[in-house]
Write a protein that binds this ligand. Structure first.
Ligand SMILES: Nc1c(C(=O)O)ncn1[C@@H]1O[C@H](COP(=O)(O)O)[C@@H](O)[C@H]1O
Length: 154
């Protein structure tokens, strides 16, 4: 059973989300990667959301570009933490996605990270921080990464 669901609006977002998968793997966090769209496949989104908690999912990382409603719609169905990753797709280069994801109405938060590669990485690190509150092995893996990072930047 995966702890984290990485959900993206299109197969075309997959490349951007590779670092997220790599970091989760490194931290020993089980995950699944799914493609679904609040616009194109709304029933699939609903089905995913209704079943997520029962399947043991504890956190969702949702990536989308353009009119990026997917993270917010997922957050509206769930009471699990949702981290939103704005993808730079199309003419507005991710600023459209950033604004769509970050400007949620009060009560339905989406923890929004930066556009693109840095955001995709930070989504995984933030997931490790959140899940590390409950899982000691994840906390240790994340703390070990932070020590490494400090060493590299001395
Ligand atoms: N923002 C959304 C949603 C959604 O929010 O439900 N569904 C697809 N998309 C985004 O459309 C962009 C272009 O998709 P295509 O490359 O498939 O045309 C992608 O970045 C996707 O995340």
């Amino acid at each position: 059973m995966p702890l984290v669901s990485i959900v993206m609006g299109s197969k075309s977002d997959a490349e951007v989300m590779k670092p997220t998968e790599e970091i989760l793997e490194k931290m020993g966090i089980s995950f699944e990667t799914l493609v679904m769209s609040a616009h194109r496949t709304p029933e699939k989104v609903q089905e995913f959301c209704l079943g997520a908690s029962a399947r043991g999912v504890e956190l969702v990382i949702a990536a989308a570009g353009g009119a990026a409603h997917l993270p917010g719609v997922i957050a509206s169905w769930l009471t699990l933490p949702v981290i939103g990753v704005p993808v730079a797709s199309g003419e507005l280069k991710g600023v459209d996605a950033l604004y769509s994801i970050v400007q949620m109405p009060a009560g339905i938060p989406v923890a929004t990270v930066a556009i693109g590669a840095a955001g995709a990485k930070n989504a995984a690190y933030l997931a490790a921080e959140i899940l590390g509150l409950k899982y000691q092995n994840i906390r240790q893996a994340y703390e070990s990464y932070r020590r490494e990072l400090k060493g590299e930047n001395k």
